[in-house]
Design a binder for this molecule. Structure first.
Ligand SMILES: *[C@@H]1O[C@H](CO)[C@@H](O)[C@H](O)[C@H]1NC(C)=O
Ligand SMILES: *[C@@H]1O[C@H](CO)[C@@H](O)[C@H](O)[C@H]1NC(C)=O
Ligand SMILES: *[C@@H]1O[C@H](CO)[C@@H](O)[C@H](O)[C@H]1NC(C)=O
Ligand SMILES: *[C@@H]1O[C@H](CO)[C@@H](O)[C@H](O)[C@H]1NC(C)=O
Ligand SMILES: *[C@@H]1O[C@H](CO)[C@@H](O)[C@H](O)[C@H]1NC(C)=O
Ligand SMILES: *[C@@H]1O[C@H](CO)[C@@H](O)[C@H](O)[C@H]1NC(C)=O
Ligand SMILES: *[C@@H]1O[C@H](CO)[C@@H](O)[C@H](O)[C@H]1NC(C)=O
Length: 632
């Protein structure tokens, strides 16, 4: 063992001696990033020696459950665009990526004073987080503790949970030499235990010599795990099929490469790992000493992570699990392509959540650079609503554009619907006196909502049931077009052929809109939405509320609109009764035939037996016919 050590050191110094100190490309960090308190020139960043001061570039990151294993959560850690990550890695934004899979992260790289970097930020989660852990464990080597120390005002001893740090992620732009050799982009690839330059070059389909040169390495050089290697790329990376990196083979065979130097390089990698482990000892002991120093100053009890570090006599005892994983309750996975706002931005947009900007309840109107938005504050887990809205893209569904997490609350930023809710238009006295929805507008709104529901039931994957459709969840935009909102109760449709009939003991909903089979048996099918939609059509037709406590009625029982339509269709004089049913504020300015068709459709939708209700696609078809006749 001491022999091996000695050998490692000798090889290491030979290599140091071999390195030409050149400034035309980027020198490899050479594991010096491990010693945070030694000012080595190579550990502060990739120098701004490229042709451009900013450029598109790529980072790599290995999926690490549970915190960073989706395009959304990785993007939020690295301040990248989740949809670009999803696209390039051929995954969806919320899909869980198997552990250790290499994820390509496109970012814009730019020169800040001396170094190329892509800025991100990170809020320390626990007292045991520090510069080293953040750089090596959380960011897997995409930055170094030296870079973090350089660019953050806090002394290492001052760090505490809740502090927001600037995180300079290492990236680079091609130099003149690289550009002349055809490279347009550089990817910061994070090495793993079983990587070596030829295999990395092969992974990206580039000439290994380019990779050696880009990092000022030679075929004899040693590379260490968890360090960034720059790989020059000639072409933009397009969709790639990511696969979990295979576990290191028990008896390593030289993988096929295009060059003949594999064997010798492979040998060097293993030696490199040996050196890496060897070098770690002095580096770590300094780190551990420092760590305890900091701890004892603070007078904290010895925690789990300290125990682990205190026994770090060698690489093997380094914890495999990340010590600083604080799961942010599923929300990370759901962030997706939404804009993430700072709380201050929301305060500015809403005039500090002023009463004047309050739309209703905890919903505020906000203005972002002149664009209006509705901002809704929610408590608890909103990830299911986020997950649904992320997959939905329909002009008749209110679009969620961003969110903000602040003190345990989630603020959702939605598309703003100028004209408020349909229920206000139909039922509020102040609207009725001055404005009134005309026949065409009503049919149009019904048609819009039917389109949205048809889309949810039949065109999303998986299909969804809204489960809380009502006129107060239908918003009207500037052109009085309907948009379905509030997906807080929505859920996926189970495949009933496969015996996935959904029942719930937890019946929640709004009186007047809930289908009988749901109230009685808790049965959940898309026909729930059809029933509720029938009630909405009835509201549009009659201007009445879904459930009204009519004081004239005996025993003060609520009268349900869904029940009253059957009286219209029962017995004689249907047309006369229908005329009496239709909203008087429309006066006689509506075609009775079409009103009859609408009423009939609604009556079918609110049928007691869910099987006799039409499907949403049938409803949508009927309505579009009524709409086109209304337009004539
Ligand atoms: C810093 O690192 C260099 C080699 O990279 C080494 O020679 C020197 O002794 C180190 N200094 C300290 C204080 O550890
Ligand atoms: C490290 O080097 C930088 C300049 O490269 C200098 O500003 C800084 O004070 C040095 N830090 C230590 C601890 O020597
Ligand atoms: C880089 O910046 C440009 C312009 O600001 C932007 O269009 C592009 O999406 C950015 N690229 C990435 C990967 O964020
Ligand atoms: C550095 O991080 C890697 C994972 O990114 C981990 O496997 C390794 O043990 C860490 N090294 C130290 C010295 O903490
Ligand atoms: C990145 O952060 C540094 C501070 O660490 C700042 O000087 C620089 O302007 C930032 N770069 C960009 C592109 O925002
Ligand atoms: C680029 O640099 C390499 C060595 O680093 C050299 O061999 C090559 O000739 C240079 N190419 C150009 C086009 O300058
Ligand atoms: C993307 O993934 C899908 C399956 O998820 C697969 O069928 C398709 O071939 C992949 N595309 C590429 C370019 O790898």
């Amino acid at each position: 063992m001491p022999m091996l050590w000695f050998l490692n050191l000798v090889i290491f110094f030979i290599m140091l001696w071999q390195f030409p100190v050149s400034h035309c490309q980027q020198p490899y960090v050479n594991n010096e990033q491990l010693d945070c308190y030694n000012n080595s020139t190579v550990t502060h960043g990739f120098a701004c020696n490229g042709v451009s001061s900013t450029c598109p570039s790529y980072l790599t990151f290995r999926s690490s459950p549970p915190d960073y294993d989706t395009a959304a959560s990785i993007a939020s850690l690295l301040s990248a665009d989740p949809s670009l990550i999803a696209q390039i890695n051929n995954i969806s934004i919320v899909e869980k990526i198997p552990m250790d899979t290499v994820v390509i992260v496109p970012v814009n790289c730019s020169c800040s004073s001396h170094y190329y970097q892509h800025n991100s930020s990170y809020v320390l989660k626990t007292e045991s987080d520090n510069y080293y852990i953040l750089a090596n464990l959380t960011l897997q080597g995409l930055t170094t503790c030296q870079s973090l120390i350089d660019q953050n005002p806090y002394d290492s001893r001052e760090l505490s949970a809740g502090m927001r740090l600037v995180v300079p992620l290492w990236c680079a732009c091609p130099t003149a030499n690289q550009t002349a050799r055809g490279a347009k982009y550089l990817i910061s690839y994070l090495t793993d235990w079983d990587d070596y330059i030829e295999s990395i070059a092969e992974m990206f389909g580039v000439d290994p010599q380019m990779v050696f040169d880009a990092n000022q390495l030679t075929e004899d050089s040693v590379i260490y795990p968890f360090t960034p290697i720059l790989v020059p790329l000639e072409n933009e990376l397009s969709k790639i099929q990511i696969a979990p990196s295979p576990p290191p083979p028990p008896s390593p065979e030289p993988p096929p490469t295009t060059t003949g130097v594999t064997k010798s390089s492979k040998k060097w990698v293993f030696v490199g790992v040996g050196i890496g482990a060897g070098l770690l000892l002095p580096a770590l002991s300094g780190f551990v000493a420092y760590f305890f120093h900091r701890r004892s100053k603070k007078g904290k009890s010895v925690s789990d992570s300290e125990n682990r570090f205190s026994e770090s006599a060698g690489y093997k005892s380094i914890p495999e699990n990340k010590p600083c994983s604080v799961s942010s309750a599923g929300i990370q996975y759901a962030i997706g392509s939404f804009t993430v706002y700072e709380f201050e931005e929301l305060q500015n947009a809403t005039g500090f959540f002023s009463e004047a900007n309050r739309i209703k309840g905890s919903v505020y109107r906000g203005s972002f650079k002149g664009d209006d938005a509705a901002i809704k504050m929610m408590r608890g887990d909103v990830s299911s609503e986020l997950n649904i809205l992320k997959q939905i893209n329909h002009s008749n569904v209110i679009r969620l554009s961003g969110l903000c997490l602040h003190e345990g609350n989630t603020y959702l930023v939605y598309e703003y619907a100028e004209n408020g809710s349909l229920s206000d238009w139909l039922h509020l006295k102040k609207y009725q006196s001055s404005f009134c929805l005309g026949w065409k507008q009503r049919v149009q709104i019904a048609n819009d909502v039917a389109d949205a529901l048809n889309y949810l039931h039949n065109y999303t994957n998986p299909p969804y049931i809204h489960k809380d459709l009502k006129s107060s969840n239908i918003l009207l935009d500037g052109n009085l077009r309907g948009k379905v909102a509030n997906f807080g109760l929505a859920r996926t449709v189970e495949n009933q052929e496969k015996g996935g009939l959904q029942l719930t003991a937890h019946v929640v909903g709004t009186q007047g809109y809930m289908a009988p089979e749901y109230i009685e048996n808790g049965m959940i099918t898309p026909k729930l939405d059809v029933f509720a939609f029938g009630v909405v059509i009835l509201e549009l037709l009659s201007g009445r509320e879904a459930a009204s406590s009519d004081s004239n009625k005996k025993n003060g029982k609520e009268e349900l609109l869904s029940a009253s339509i059957s009286q219209v269709f029962g017995g004689e004089n249907v047309r006369e009764k229908l005329r009496g049913f239709v909203d008087p504020s429309m006066r006689d300015e509506y075609p009775l035939d079409l009103a009859y068709s609408m009423a009939q459709l609604a009556n079918n939708c609110v049928a007691y037996d869910p099987n006799s209700r039409p499907t949403m696609s049938e409803v949508s078809m009927t309505l579009s016919k009524i709409l086109s006749s209304s337009m004539d």
